[in-house]
Design a protein around this ligand. Structure first.
Ligand code: MN
Length: 191
């Protein structure tokens, strides 16, 4: 089983994650309802087992909670992948969600990079600030060693658009971490 367990505590947040790339229970609690909804969708479409508890300084706002969750989830993903031997490495997916169309392309290259193009038409989704999605994706990409591109081609509802981004991320990750051989997929021989 490819898995990782990490706990990270700062003055702003306490994040505890158990991640399995090869399935299991999904249980998420961050204190932000819509963020729980997104992380549950991500885990489901990625085929992960994920136990995630976050206690953040929500009396400030959701920023530290969302960003730090991205950091620790990225660290867990990196650890669970190990030497990345035999994984497909690349993945991509389009996901439509009602009027919105979202796309993710990614490469577990060990070269962190984020390109994110999704302007949200409403600032808030429940008690989740719509501008936090790019913060989560950046933290995830930087800490997982992931080249991540995301684009929302069009949409009118920030809930649909954000959900399309998380679901397409999950589907792309599921493809990219699939073990297909024994060798590292790189002309350099190492990732
Ligand atoms: Mn939804």
């Amino acid at each position: 089983m490819r898995n990782a367990a990490i706990r990270r505590t700062t003055k702003e947040t306490d994040v505890e994650i158990k991640l399995s790339l090869d399935g299991g229970e999904v249980w998420v609690s961050t204190g932000i309802g819509f963020f729980d909804h997104m992380l549950t969708a991500l885990a489901f479409y990625a085929g992960w087992g994920l136990e995630l508890t976050v206690k953040g300084d929500l009396e400030v706002d959701g920023h530290h909670t969302v960003e730090d969750t991205g950091i620790v989830l990225g660290q867990a993903l990196k650890e669970a992948l190990g030497d990345r031997k035999g994984i497909r490495r690349f993945g991509s997916a389009f996901v439509p969600m009602d009027e919105a169309l979202c796309f993710t392309a990614l490469d577990f290259s060990n070269r962190p990079y984020l390109v994110f193009d999704a302007d949200m038409p409403q600032p808030m989704i429940g008690d989740y600030d719509a501008c936090l999605t790019v913060e989560f994706m950046r933290a995830l990409a930087m800490n997982a060693g992931l080249t991540l591109h995301q684009k929302c081609h069009y949409g009118a509802n920030a809930h649909h658009m954000t959900e399309g981004l998380f679901k397409s991320l999950g589907l792309a990750v599921k493809d990219a971490v699939r073990v297909e051989g024994a060798a590292v997929v790189s002309t350099k021989g190492v990732l």
